[in-house]
Ligand binder design. Structure first.
Ligand SMILES: [Zn+2]
Ligand SMILES: [Zn+2]
Length: 156
């Protein structure tokens, strides 16, 4: 059985698939964040498009994003922290991806708003989005305090 690309030990159909392919709506920013990561891994720009608003949507070029998504292999999502208060929320995460054999790390804090009962991605602060240059004995960039070779290196 195939678990969800977002990394939770759940079936896709019972995890992000509920939001991407069925009628359920994410009830937290983290659920939305995870489902958007999964949708990116599927190059599902329709879902990406309809789950964002504000600055994020303004700067979004769906054709460019689709082209990029088609050549990107999303490896792993690590949620560092998520919060919500009233109609706002944030999710800080690390994601690993590979483009043309080059591994990358993305570290971002995403912002979300709740509008008419639906969460949307509206903006993000990128701390890091670069080729992964790390030796196997270095500390893992995911923050686990393990060596890279004993931690996230296993996903590549
Ligand atoms: Zn999922
Ligand atoms: Zn790690």
């Amino acid at each position: 059985m195939k678990t969800c690309p977002c990394g939770l030990p759940n079936l896709y159909s019972e995890c992000c698939g509920r939001f991407i392919e069925a009628t359920q709506i994410p009830s937290t920013p983290e659920e939305l964040m995870r489902s958007r990561y999964t949708a990116y891994s599927q190059a599902n720009m329709d879902y990406i498009n309809r789950t964002m608003q504000g600055p994020a949507a303004l700067g979004f070029d769906v054709n460019e994003a689709f082209k990029l998504a088609k050549i990107t292999l999303w490896r792993k999502l690590i949620i560092k922290q998520s919060s919500m208060e009233k109609n706002k929320g944030t999710v800080e995460f690390i994601a690993y991806y590979t483009i043309t054999n080059q591994n990358h790390i993305l570290h971002e804090k995403s912002e979300f708003i709740l509008q008419n009962g639906i969460w949307y991605y509206v903006d993000g602060q990128t701390f890091l989005n670069e080729p992964l240059r790390i030796s196997r004995n270095d500390k893992c960039p995911c923050g686990s305090h393990k060596k890279f070779k004993k931690c996230c290196d296993a996903i590549f």
